[in-house]
Design a protein around this ligand. Structure first.
Ligand SMILES: [Zn+2]
Ligand SMILES: [Zn+2]
Length: 331
């Protein structure tokens, strides 16, 4: 396991998923309803905050992060649905920022708004400028929803319908390429920087004919002749789906985003018997959550955002999700 996700407030509290990855200093926050369970030293590692939508339970905790960041040298990426930069602007402008020119540390938030269309709007807010909104060149939208790369992790997003646009997210680790030392030895090849070029070519999906320079002074060899030296391990994938109505269109988008996820965090606020109520609130039932997890082929299911209206919420809702997914209950 190289991805280490943690639901900040359990299955019933405000949504917030903290994601750390091995060998990676920067952490990712998906939603930030209530951040009080994170220590300051953890919050200071946040490099990316991705917010599904602006309902209060999903981002009321932002001020705690902001308070800690003032005076720190940081560039934080922010991802949200259409109009999110305007919401962040108003949030930031709730405070007075005179005298900030005395703070030497550069703090900036860079917002990318995910919306249907060919381009995603980008906006920067810098403390030194009193967090005025500065438009950045827009980012071309890509079909697979890739928004950005944070270290070895890639964030993808897709727009779901919750009566308002709500973003689903996938966090994916790059594939690893491991070198077989014994096979190198068998062919009399040394280790060294040349292996980086070999690994990069493999990861980039380069064709067999691609020449790879060797360190021995020998002529370059085609990639196809060197493939047996390495082994590719796919990276881990995590998906996070919350606040979406159970519609056919949403299911299709959700399943595509969560396809083959190692871990799927999925909302399951309402019991299967309360489907009419769930649809009225533009939320999933446990059954819909389980069926989406099953159809996406998610390996491990983590239901959350349970409504507090159910007295026996955790046990009942949890078992309904796994029954709908056709999976045994985990212990
Ligand atoms: Zn909501
Ligand atoms: Zn919610």
């Amino acid at each position: 396991m190289t991805l280490h996700p943690r639901l900040l407030n359990g299955r019933t509290g405000d949504p917030g998923l903290w994601i750390e990855a091995r060998h990676q200093p920067e952490a990712i926050l998906l939603d930030c309803g209530d951040l009080s369970t994170l220590a300051p030293r953890q919050l200071l590692r946040v490099g990316l905050v991705a917010v599904s939508h602006a309902h209060m339970d999903h981002w009321a905790g932002f001020d705690r992060l902001l308070r800690l960041l003032i005076g720190r040298q940081r560039r934080v990426q922010v991802v949200g649905p259409a109009g999110f930069a305007g919401r962040l602007f108003h949030r930031l402008q709730a405070y007075t920022w005179n005298l900030v020119d005395r703070i030497p540390a550069e703090l900036a938030f860079e917002v990318t708004e995910i919306a249907p269309g060919a381009h995603w709007a980008r906006t920067r807010f810098r403390l030194a400028e009193g967090f005025r909104a500065v438009p950045l060149p827009s980012q071309p939208a890509v079909a697979d929803g890739t928004v950005l790369q944070l270290g070895a992790l890639r964030l993808r997003a897709a727009v779901l319908d919750h009566g308002t646009p709500s973003l689903g997210f996938a966090v994916e680790e790059a594939a690893h390429v491991n070198v077989w030392r014994s096979r190198l030895d068998a062919r009399g090849l040394p280790t060294g920087p040349w292996l980086a070029a070999l690994k990069a070519a493999v990861l980039a999906g380069a064709p067999d004919g691609t020449p790879i320079p060797l360190p021995t002074g020998a002529p370059p060899q085609p990639l196809g002749a060197l493939r047996e030296l390495v082994e590719v391990t796919p990276g881990e994938r995590l998906a996070y789906l919350t606040d979406l109505a159970d519609t056919a269109a949403n299911r299709a988008v959700a399943i595509a985003l969560a396809r083959d996820a190692d871990i799927l965090f999925i909302e399951a606020p309402f019991a299967a018997a309360d489907a009419a109520h769930a649809l009225d609130r533009r939320h999933l039932t446990t059954r819909a959550a389980g069926e989406i997890a099953r159809d996406a082929g998610a390996r491990h299911i983590e239901p959350f955002h349970f409504s507090p209206r159910y007295e026996d919420a955790e046990a009942r809702l949890f078992s309904e999700v796994f029954a709908a997914a056709g999976r045994p209950l985990p212990h």
